[in-house]
Design a binder for this molecule. Sequence first.
Ligand code: GTP
Ligand code: MG
Length: 303
Amino acid sequence: MGFFQKLGLGLKKTSQNLSRGISDIFTKENLSQDNITDLEELLYSADVGVKATSEIIEKFKAKKFDKGSDIKNIKQELCQDIASIIKPSEQEFIIDNNKKPFIILMVGVNGAGKTTSIGKLGKKFQDQGYKVSFIAADTFRAAAVEQLTEWGNRHNIRVHSSAPGCDSAGLCYDGIKEAIKQNDDIVFIDTAGRLQNKKGLMEELQKIVRVIKKISPEAPHKTLITIDATTGQNGLDQVKIFKELVNVNGVIITKLDGTSKGGILIAIASETAVPIYYIGVGEKAEDMDIFKAEDFAKGLLEL
Ligand SMILES: Nc1nc2c(ncn2[C@@H]2O[C@H](COP(=O)(O)OP(=O)(O)OP(=O)(O)O)[C@@H](O)[C@H]2O)c(=O)[nH]1
Ligand SMILES: [Mg+2]
């Protein structure tokens, strides 16, 4: 199964609600203000958010659909409107070969999918011929180191780790030094999950960034945040706050499978200028791929 199909299946919970809702709205009666309000509510319930919803509604109103309008045509128009809103967030993830190792810091709240995403992306880049290593800087939990080590073992990727409880910034420093020595192309740094409103933990993350900069002032070359799509609108705050504090410059949206809140991707695209590089629709390595705006919009409307 190709990723486009997987995405379609993964988005089922969101797309079925939307599809059914649209059919219900536009088969009942003439298009009136009520229909527009229903459509608005439908978008809110998929966590599309206030800004993107009003943009979509404005575009949609201008089209003046009527009772006789074909549902497929309505969906196609909506699909185009959504795609045009999220398109600016579709950007190629480029590894700059002049920055060696290319250092990627992974951040986010607890359980969002950081470690899994590192495993998946590490494998992806290795398949492209890059020499990859991981730094297990989630020193809070022994299980976190084991989890990353398991991904490393599975794909023959070196994992730099230390005993739980050690200073994570120091571990990052050593890990990067080691990566330089080993001539690695890409280093992923896994960090502990932290809630965006916990000051101490956010300060610790800033310390990690400061220490990385001691080795290379331009690093981390990418700071990615993983957002669990099932958390809905809170994901938007997470992007904004992590961006403010550690200059997040890329988003990965995980767990789009099994949620009816897949619209959060649209909210993040419309309300932050941070590119969305990858999306996840399952636990396996092949369940993550590049974010493509048109494909996502099609999946969302079952087209
Ligand atoms: N269904 C589904 N599960 C996912 C996806 N991404 C990650 N998971 C699962 O989500 C759970 C949490 O993922 P982790 O990678 O451990 O998350 P984390 O952010 O590292 O968590 P902490 O280190 O505890 O903060 C695991 O069981 C993953 O297999 C996805 O795209 N879809
Ligand atoms: Mg983790």
